[in-house]
Design a protein around this ligand. Structure first.
Ligand code: NAP
Ligand code: GDD
Length: 328
């Protein structure tokens, strides 16, 4: 039986990946940071077989100890400060966790077992102020946030350890992917949760920032399949994972509100607090390499993704109303 260690198990992708690997016969460990992490019970409920090991991307010795305990064949490094907005406010911490955290995991692998296969969660945010459209594995990077800069470091240090120490280390350059499990700080979930509350009379307005930004939005469940496929190849390489379609935040609003029988113009207000010091205007990925080499393709369309997120949030908020509490 293969054993995988996932950092960021309590996040959106960690949960989907744990489900996917468990279903494929892996023994799965999740690295958990902090004490009494409230998200642990969610992981335990959704993927009962997962075991937990303590560790923090800020703490080198805890990562070495975690690898010694789990003896994994594969490590997926999904842990990060992943919210771009927060990275502007906590730039140094973002560099430490999202950037230097990667080299700490790679050093732990080099120390404990160089045969471990490694996946790094790189990001389309690295393309930032895009140099070409669509973006592929050869497109130069121009990050626009402390988060994007930290991810560029993580990306290149993964490549460097592959070339320097012959590690099986891959980066997936993943474009935005969403789901019912997306954190509420990200625009898609903020919108679908807002739609649900407006529909049920719990809220009247939704305050947002830049509605013109365009993103290539896919479904998270599809994207974790690609992570796993990358580590099954004969040679370690980097891959862009994307749908190849782009939509603006405004289009997302239109589809989400109309799915619930509402008009977004009646409810959305502009709030400068949600604008960023520098913005990524347009992302659209070319996943030809992943399609041809990994046989990967997305299965959930943009309207279907929006609809399932809205339906889920309406269900959650209805249940919360019945219980007399707000569903988080
Ligand atoms: P997420 O929901 O924000 O999850 C981030 C995870 O990182 C959480 O489990 C968090 O733990 C953990 N973490 C934070 N600080 C840590 C630390 N110091 N030590 C160990 N773990 C720490 O992110 P996601 O959407 O699942 O994304 C997974 C990865 O893919 C991230 O690296 C993200 O940057 C990258 N990515 C995401 C997308 C996307 O569209 N979702 C696209 C490209 C790349 P707690 O919850 O316990 O704090
Ligand atoms: N979060 C948020 N909140 N974003 C808003 C809002 C708002 O109220 N109003 C407008 N936006 C715009 C942002 O300015 C951005 O242009 C876009 O909506 C998407 O923002 P997020 O959902 O926060 O995601 P992101 O694209 O910045 O980053 C996500 O995708 C990256 C991959 O491209 C994160 O998951 C990153 O971790 C990931 O690497």
């Amino acid at each position: 039986m293969k054993t995988a260690l996932i950092t960021g198990i309590t996040g959106q992708d960690g949960l989907y990946l744990a489900e996917h690997l468990t279903a494929n016969g892996y023994s799965v460990y999740g690295l958990v940071h902090g004490q009494n992490n409230p998200r642990l019970s969610v992981v335990e409920r959704i993927v009962p077989g997962v075991e937990f090991v303590e560790g923090d991307l800020l703490d080198q010795s805890s990562l070495i100890a975690a690898l010694e305990t789990c003896q994994p064949s594969d490590v997926y490094n999904l842990g990060a400060i992943s919210f771009v907005g927060l990275s502007f406010k906590q730039a140094v911490l973002t560099g430490e966790v999202t950037g230097l955290g990667v080299v700490r995991v790679l050093e732990a692998i080099r120390t404990v077992n160089k045969e471990i296969r490694f996946y790094q969660a790189s990001s389309s945010e690295m393309f930032g102020k895009v140099r070409e459209t669509p973006q592929n594995e050869q497109t130069p990077f121009h990050p626009r946030s402390p988060y994007g800069v930290a991810k560029v470091y993580g990306h290149y240090i993964t490549l460097n350890y592959r070339e320097s120490y012959n590690l099986f280390a891959c980066s997936g350059i993943l474009f935005n992917h969403e789901s019912e499990r997306r954190g509420h700080e990200f625009v898609t979930r903020k919108i679908t949760n807002g739609v649900a509350k407006i529909k049920l009379g719990m809220q009247k307005q939704l305050a947002l920032g830049n509605l013109d930004a365009q993103r290539d939005w896919g479904y998270a469940g599809d994207y974790v399949r690609a992570m796993h496929l990358m580590l099954q190849q004969d040679a370690p390489e980097d891959y862009v994972i994307a749908t190849g379609e782009t939509h603006s935040v405004r289009e997302f609003l239109e589809v989400a509100f109309s799915h619930a029988g509402l008009k977004w113009e009646d409810h959305v207000v502009s709030d400068p607090r949600f604008l960023r010091p520098a913005e990524v205007d347009l992302l659209i990925g070319d996943a030809t390499k992943a399609r041809t080499r990994l046989g990967w393709q997305p299965t959930v369309s943009f309207p279907a993704l929006v609809a399932r997120m809205v339906d889920n949030d309406i269900r959650l908020q209805e249940a919360a109303l019945r219980r007399g509490v707000e569903e988080l």
